[in-house]
Design a protein around this ligand. Structure first.
Ligand code: IPE
Ligand code: IPE
Ligand code: MG
Length: 244
């Protein structure tokens, strides 16, 4: 679809949900669903950047996802090792910087942490856009971790209370990114599930029922058309509506 004349969000967030149900509907295993979902991300992210979106944040694995069976968690960790390397190659070609949000620590396996650090290093000078992958990520965790960083600086006399502002706060989050303009959660669930709570404050949200492995270019086009119908007021009022 031609995006000429459309409003393009700067930062899009995607909660990639429904891999398991997508597979189940096809008589496949949950693992195959994850494989298909993470493969799809390569395609759809390329399309998204080609349309002028600068930052894409994707939810790959929440802190709560460790509650799943050992078998599923182990599979996903192995998948991350391979897929993240593939993303890295693609992003290097496409001039996209890859960053990770979440705690790069236990219970993430060392091998996954190593790959994450390597990819961040390899793409750190890329300037065409940002792919923020949330792994071992929780919105509560992110805010608590930021609070700890700030508290330590204040305790050590390196930061004064007056310097903690709404503008400066985001500097202490896992990644200092612009606010999310548009959040898409696939699979029909209408909830945030602890995703980027701080950055979502004024995001427009869209909850298509399609499962993530099936979320293709046409689905993203639909999403952008919906975003364009939204009236973002940020707490203000529309100019023409001044009738008191
Ligand atoms: C989302 O798909 C992907 C991850 C959590 C890694 P799900 O695995 O949650 O799929 P459903 O919700 O069970 O269908
Ligand atoms: C959110 O999906 C996390 C990811 C997509 C990585 P979940 O499937 O884990 O969320 P809930 O449990 O349905 O809220
Ligand atoms: Mg799910």
């Amino acid at each position: 679809m031609d995006y000429e004349g459309l409003k393009i969000p700067t930062h899009v967030g995607i909660i990639m949900d429904g891999n398991g149900r997508w597979a189940k509907e096809r008589g496949m295993t949950r693992s195959q669903g994850h494989e298909a979902g993470f493969e799809n991300l390569k395609k759809i992210s390329k399309y998204i950047y080609s349309k002028g979106i600068k930052v894409l944040s994707i939810y790959a694995f929440s802190t709560e996802n460790f509650k799943r069976s050992k078998e599923e968690v182990d599979f996903l960790m192995k998948l991350f090792e391979h897929k993240f390397k593939e993303y890295s190659n693609q992003m290097k070609e496409d001039n996209i910087k890859v960053v990770f949000s979440g705690k790069k620590a236990h219970p993430l396996p060392d091998a996954v942490i190593a790959v994450m650090k390597e990819i961040e290093e390899d793409t750190k000078d890329k300037t065409g856009g940002i792919l923020n992958i949330c792994v071992n990520y929780g919105g509560h965790l992110e805010i608590v971790e930021a609070t700890k960083k700030i508290s330590a600086l204040v305790r050590d006399g390196k930061l004064s209370l007056e310097d903690i502002t709404e503008e400066s706060f985001s500097h202490y989050l896992f990644q200092d990114l612009p606010p999310i303009d548009f959040l898409i959660r696939t699979s029909g669930e209408v909830r945030i599930s602890n995703f980027m709570l701080y950055q979502l404050s004024y995001a427009e949200m869209y909850f298509p029922s399609i499962y993530f492995p099936a979320f293709d270019e046409a689905s993203f086009d639909d999403a952008i058309l919906i975003y364009n119908k939204r009236d973002r007021r940020f707490g203000g009022i529309k100019d023409e509506n001044t009738n008191h």
